[in-house]
Design a protein around this ligand. Structure first.
Ligand SMILES: NC(=O)c1ccc[n+]([C@@H]2O[C@H](COP(=O)([O-])OP(=O)(O)OC[C@H]3O[C@@H](n4cnc5c(N)ncnc54)[C@H](OP(=O)(O)O)[C@@H]3O)[C@@H](O)[C@H]2O)c1
Length: 254
């Protein structure tokens, strides 16, 4: 029975035990994909998998730290044994522990953490899955940048913004390299998204002022980002590659 625009596709969403990644995984599954949810927290992954399966859709969990190439490779082999090769890779895992502030106050460890968790994780994940896609002459890769890397802002955490800006360039160069092999590569640049984490971290008193900065007068949700990811993942965007799409309610127009 045909269900959706991702019927018969295998999709891996890294960092999908919560937040934006979980939103993407659930929407892709609703659209007919067999979805692999990934993260380091096995219990959280099991909960997302169960939610997808209870809706009658297909999912499997793969615990792996995507800053470690050997764990990514092990995950890839497990997915290929269970669901088959990955058609759609969403390199979503990332984030920032760094608070905005002057460069000279940023610790070396904080710098390395952000670079590792964002651009290195994205690089290693793609490095593992790209050769199979090129060999099969088909594939779809979606990366996650951030509004923090779209325009300079003194309030952006520098290590995170720099790593996400690097992801944008990697996305575009890769789109140029992989296009002739039938692989499309695009990126998403969300602004503040009301994930579980942001719901906890952003004080309620601050939310109206944040909302005011958006021509579309609300903050984004994981579903908003998931719908943009679905566009890139489906054939609706068949002739689009190397694009960074701002998902930001109009808060920044690049
Ligand atoms: N939320 C926003 O406002 C916003 C805005 C712009 C861009 N983004 C980007 O969107 C992506 C998702 O953000 P989010 O806000 O949804 O994050 P989140 O709620 O903090 O969730 C992060 C997810 O990534 C996973 N993860 C982190 N490091 C990992 C690693 N080394 N290996 C495997 N999984 C890892 C976590 O899983 P475990 O805990 O299970 O390991 C979790 O599922 C990130 O790249 C972030 O930078 C977010």
């Amino acid at each position: 029975m045909n269900k959706g625009v991702l019927d018969d596709k295998v999709a891996l969403v890294t960092g999908s035990s919560r937040g934006i990644g979980a939103g993407i995984a659930k929407l892709f599954a609703q659209q007919g994909a067999r979805v692999v949810v990934n993260g380091r927290d096995a219990a959280a992954l099991a909960a997302v998998q169960a939610e997808i399966e209870q809706a009658g859709d297909k999912a499997m969990s793969a615990v792996a730290d995507v800053t470690r190439f050997n764990e990514i490779e092990e995950m890839r082999r497990k997915i290929e044994r269970t669901f088959g090769p990955v058609d759609i890779l969403v390199a979503n895992a990332g984030g920032s522990p760094t608070k905005p502030g002057p460069l000279e106050e940023i610790g070396e460890e904080e710098w390395r953490y952000s670079v590792d968790a964002n651009i290195t994780a994205t690089f290693l994940t793609i490095k593992s899955f790209l050769p199979g896609m090129k060999e099969r002459k088909t594939g779809n890769i979606i990366t996650l940048s951030s509004a923090a890397a779209r325009q300079p802002n003194a309030m952006s955490p520098i290590p995170y913004a720099a790593a996400k800006a690097g992801i944008q360039m990697m996305t575009k160069i890769l789109a140029a390299q992989a296009g002739p092999f039938g692989v499309r590569v695009n990126g998403l640049a969300p602004e503040t998204i009301l994930t579980e984490r942001n719901q906890r971290m952003i004080p309620d008193a601050l939310k109206p002022a944040l909302v005011e900065r958006h021509p579309i007068r609300r903050l984004g949700t994981p579903e908003d980002v998931a719908r943009a990811a679905l566009f890139f993942a489906s054939d609706e965007s068949a002739w689009i590659t190397g694009v960074i799409l701002d998902v930001n309610g109009g808060s920044m127009m690049v």
